[in-house]
Write a protein that binds this ligand. Sequence first.
Ligand code: F1P
Length: 359
Amino acid sequence: MTAPGTHTLSEILSQPSVWTETLDVIAGFQEGLSNLWRDYPVQRVLFTGCGSTYYLSHTAAAKFQMYTGIPARSHPGSELVLFPNLIYPGKSQASLLVTISRSGKTSETLEAVPVFRRRTGGEVLSITCDSRSPLALQSDLALAADVAQEQSVAQTRSFTTMLLMAQSLVGYYAYQNVESALSRLPGEAQELLDDYQPAARRLGEDNTLERFFFLGNGFLYGLASEAMLKMKEMSLTHSEVYHTLEFRHGPMSMVNARTLVVGLISESAYTHEMAVLRQMHELGARVLVITPVLSPGITDWAEVVELNASVPAWARSVLYLPVLQLMAYYRAISKNLDPDRPANLDAVVHLDDLVSDAA
Ligand code: F1P
């Protein structure tokens, strides 16, 4: 029996080395991906997953559409299975389904594949940490990083590694020099872990904080959602997620001195997002911002995690998470919980009776 959180901590800290190994895996997929984009004229892309991997789908879809111009949407696996008429209206377009699952065994994600094939006849690509999983085996192309598999129930390095692979879809479609952009990420992550582990620990162990709100816009909303989920799963703490400017439309009434508002800040909406965070500070909240842009005086009222703005924006988003994972880990430990084994959760949700009648 290991000490509480042993696996979670080592999995979080191993991200730089696991990402480095995954870069070789990604390079190995380059030909398959380039062929897919060349031979299959994709008109729309659906991304799906469950839990963490649904949030990953949200970020991946938003990025994909933003950087390639091809319409892309994300849906939880259960919606694809149980409400297909909402997802597949009228005539089918040349569609691609991207399924994302650490285990490759989650029922809803698996069931989404035959429904998609029946409805569209399209291609299926999977992103997973198990190359021999049912999901990988039933896909036309599987991007698998077995090296990122985990012993903990809550996803940390598996999430970011699968995000890295999802980013490479964008990279190989829209950019050149994909490897040179991605190869900067392990070193950047190592610096963030080294520089900000003390701050993550201080905030995580601060028992004057009772509520955590995670805010993000655009493709950062999915990552804010994942940070919210980590705080819940690992530390059983009240945490919520909002699109940043939505926070003013009601939720900010919950803000007080026992609140931490965490802003995942974008470059394009920086001014508007920082105005929300500043207002929350004025209402008495504590504020943590993760940002590639710094404005003068910001550190007077907010904790700041600074991201390297010279990493291209399409590749940078994976850097928002490691410090937030550490904060959730330290909070769990300070509450005498075991983040390796969150309450009421299993690593894989298997449903015997998920029948896709509606399909
Ligand atoms: C998805 C998932 C996780 C969640 C829990 C149960 O699994 O819902 O997001 O944290 O561990 O499984 P997967 O399909 O990505 O393997």
